[in-house]
Design a protein around this ligand. Structure first.
Ligand code: PMP
Length: 296
């Protein structure tokens, strides 16, 4: 089996483009032992990285929350990410910046560790089975909850927070579901293991208030698109038992894009007009050149 370490191409690693195979870290890397890493996930469409600066700003913020500073400015990271896409001859791509504490110190304290930064990119198609665009995703409920903001750095895209997401994604996949919906520590609907969630009822869109999970860049984009259409967007708390009142459901994320949900456990939803319109609006927004060409 050839893994992600076996690919061809170049990776931006602490300021320079190096061969894919050379992008290695040592076993005694602080991040590997103590989760001191933050990352981003962005997508390029037709060679242009969507919301590039917002993602790199979030990388900086995520690091600050984990008490370290990314040693490259947002502008430098923007330039580096564009270089990675170009140098690997990618047009549609997934781009993964990562910042992590190195091996200069072991133990919980990590004050002397070097902060490393790398950016890799690869061709990554649809995150979910594309058939779900028509039928909607089949989701289940997760057992783990998104943590209370007092117990974890919930607004950082920190590698360690994905520990429970991987466990829940596996549990869902083994039971025949595409993903799991996580509640928060209060029992309110929070998000999926790698995407935010929205519901529709009577022409209005409702989504959980992002007070203990990532306020996704795609989430904010979709809210903007919905408002442009003149649709009401309500950010509030949603309890699982309220799901029976909604007719449509969809999720949003850089990797997931906008995907309809057909069911969450026993709650079912239709792939309706609002979801379809937002999927199309998002697809048009991420490829502005095509929209202009089509109009011209
Ligand atoms: N929540 C989680 C847990 C995620 O991993 C992601 C993907 N980064 C999101 C939400 C959506 O964030 P974004 O739209 O910025 O990709």
């Amino acid at each position: 089996m050839s893994g992600y370490d076996q690919r061809e191409g170049v990776i931006w690693f602490n300021g320079e483009l190096i061969p894919w195979d050379d992008a290695r870290v040592h076993l005694l890397t602080h991040a590997l032992h103590y989760g001191s890493a933050v990352f981003e996930g962005m997508r390029a469409y037709d060679g242009e990285i969507f919301k590039l600066t917002e993602h790199n700003q979030r990388l900086h913020t995520s690091a600050e929350i984990l008490d370290f500073e990314v040693p490259y400015s947002v502008a430098e990271l923007d330039k580096a990410a564009r270089e990675v896409v170009r140098a690997n001859n990618l047009s549609d791509a997934y781009i993964r910046p990562l910042a992590w504490r190195g091996s200069e110190q072991m133990g919980v304290s990590a004050q002397k560790t070097k902060i490393n930064v790398a950016i890799a990119a690869w061709d990554w198609g649809s995150y979910f089975d594309p058939a779900a665009r028509e039928k909607g995703l089949k989701l289940t409920f997760a057992k783990y909850c998104r943590p209370d903001p007092r117990t974890a750095p919930v607004h950082s895209k920190a590698a360690g927070l994905y520990m429970i997401c991987t466990v829940e994604k596996h549990r869902a996949e083994r039971a025949g579901f595409a993903d799991a919906v996580m509640l928060d520590w209060r029992g309110q609907i929070a998000e999926c293991t790698g995407a935010n969630i929205f519901f529709v009822k009577d022409g209005a869109i409702t989504t959980p208030t992002p007070d203990c999970f990532l306020d996704g860049i795609t989430r904010r984009t979709v809210i903007g698109l919905a408002k442009q259409r003149g649709w009401k967007v309500i950010e509030t708390s949603i309890m699982p038992e309220e799901l029976s009142g909604f007719t449509e459901c969809f999720i949003s994320g850089t990797a997931a894009e906008v995907m309809p949900v057909g069911s969450i456990g026993d709650y079912t939803f239709e792939v309706g007009d609002i979801t379809r319109t937002l999927m199309d609006d998002y697809a048009a927004l991420v490829r502005p050149a095509r929209a202009v060409a089509a109009a011209g």
